[in-house]
Design a protein around this ligand. Structure first.
Ligand SMILES: Cc1cc2nc3c(=O)[nH]c(=O)nc-3n(C[C@H](O)[C@H](O)[C@H](O)COP(=O)(O)OP(=O)(O)OC[C@H]3O[C@@H](n4cnc5c(N)ncnc54)[C@H](O)[C@@H]3O)c2cc1C
Length: 428
């Protein structure tokens, strides 16, 4: 570098942070919702609109300011549990036992509103409500419902739901955890993996293979019972606030009264999964709405080449593509709810809804990540966090592929989950 160039370089004025770093509002101050372009609200009942408003207000006010901090630390925000409990959404569609008895649409709207601001909070409620509570609600005895559901509905106690095992993910119906009948109860032995909320849950709904019948049975386990251990899975890149655990069951005794009488085969979980899959389909909708809202504000706040980012044609095209995706996702999600409510929804319908919506959401959040430039990789502006949070949702409750194959089986009548038997090498 010449002396002249060096002098010019060191004479530069002190870096103006407001120029180097845009005066963009962080996600802790959540932007207003602007994604309802086709006035989807008109399709909702007054009750559903009221739930949307109530959940949105709570999430924007109580969760948005703290979520990036907890997400970064991989910690669960226990401080918001009473606020989420006060929303009266846990227990969703269950009637009685202190549960709200919401319509499937109202429950879906609540799920999306939670996910719009924070996907981890939405997953926490979903596992607790639409998996653990719903299994008790649909497959539990009258005594079990009366005993467990009221405090779960208030989030005074927390539930988790353990189906997946280290060696059986997509192939969960082949699970190997065993249940052996003994006097007065059952002995459970085995392992579970990825179980959300399990490190602190008060009750754990666990599925195990009855060694006498070879069928899957369900059990309610209480926290801290001898032989039960749940260890947090570290280093996740998505849903970092959700506490997923590895569960070890070493000769765990479960009394007869805590066996779920309505789970006598793997098929019995399908009533629960029918609801939870619809709910999971609404998480990517909510995430995409939040990302769109954030991008819409950011593009007006940040300037380049003397103009707001929103003034560039390429950026407008990306915004419009995101907005179009959201309108389509909302309508598919809404139709799924209506099919369920009229008793017409098939497993293939639910699976196609979940897989297609999560695929479109992946496209939407990656456009959003691009639109924020460098700030698109900072958790502070939501988009990077949402981008990462969507990945596990694309995978859980049936991966994209498995859900596609469920629909494929339904429309062709041919199941293609298991590879055809290998042909004999010598005959090739
Ligand atoms: C954050 C998170 C939270 C979770 N929470 C829970 C929970 O609370 N409770 C619970 O029980 N489980 C939970 N799960 C487990 C989740 O349901 C499984 O991860 C999921 O079913 C996929 O199983 P796997 O991870 O073992 O993947 P695998 O089954 O090993 O699949 C790996 C890849 O192979 C593909 N694949 C597998 N089989 C086929 C096939 N036949 N044809 C084509 N492709 C195939 C899959 O699509 C995937 O791309 C959670 C998972 C995550 C990541």
């Amino acid at each position: 570098m010449s002396d002249e160039a060096k002098n010019a370089y060191f004479d530069l004025p002190a870096l103006d942070v407001s120029v180097a770093f845009p005066q963009a509002t962080p996600a802790s101050i959540f932007p207003p919702s602007v994604s309802d372009y086709y006035q989807f609200d008109d399709l909702l009942t007054l009750e559903e609109q009221a739930i949307r408003k109530k959940v949105r207000e709570c999430m924007e006010k109580d969760v948005a300011p703290i979520m990036a901090k907890y997400w970064e630390k991989l910690e669960f925000p226990f401080e918001v549990v009473p606020k989420l409990g006060a929303l009266s959404i846990a227990g969703s569609t269950i009637k009685g036992y202190g549960c709200p008895g919401l319509s499937i649409t109202a429950s879906a709207i609540a799920t999306a509103e939670l996910a719009r601001v924070d996907a981890s909070c939405s997953t926490f409620i979903l596992v607790h409500s639409c998996l653990a509570m719903l299994t008790i609600g649909l497959c539990g005895s009258e005594e079990q419902k009366q005993k467990y559901l009221p405090s779960l509905a208030k989030l005074q106690t927390i539930g988790c739901w353990g189906l997946t095992e280290p060696d059986y993910g997509s192939d969960a119906s082949s699970l190997r955890t065993t249940a052996r009948k003994v006097e007065g109860g059952w002995i459970l032995e085995g392992q579970k993996r990825w179980i959300g909320n399990s490190t602190f849950a008060d009750i754990l709904v666990i599925f195990a293979r009855n060694i006498a019948t070879n069928q899957i049975n369900g059990f309610i386990l209480k926290k801290n019972i001898p032989g039960l251990q749940a260890t947090k899975i570290e280093n996740k890149i998505g849903l970092r606030m959700v506490q997923n655990g590895d569960i070890l069951l070493k000769k765990v005794f479960v009394p007869d009264e805590d066996r779920l009488p309505g789970v006598n085969s793997f098929q019995d979980t399908s009533k629960v999964l029918a609801v939870s899959r619809v709910m999971v389909a609404w998480q990517p909708i909510g995430i995409s709405m939040g990302v769109y809202d954030m991008c819409h504000r950011y593009l007006k706040e940040r300037k380049q080449f003397g103009a707001p980012l929103a003034a560039f044609q390429l950026n407008q095209q990306k915004l419009v593509l995101m907005l179009g995706n959201i309108q389509a996702m909302l309508l598919v999600g809404w139709r799924l709810c209506k099919l369920y409510e009229s008793g017409k929804m098939t497993p293939g319908h639910a699976s196609m809804g979940k897989s297609w919506i999560s695929l479109k959401a992946r496209e939407t959040v990656s456009l959003g990540r691009e639109l924020l430039g460098g700030n698109g990789i900072l958790a502070d502006f939501l988009v990077a966090k949402a981008f990462c949070d969507l990945e596990p949702i694309y995978t859980y409750e049936g991966t994209y592929d498995i859900n596609t194959l469920v629909t494929g089986r339904e429309i062709t009548g041919i199941a293609s989950f298991k590879p055809a038997p290998q042909r004999n090498q010598s005959r090739l």
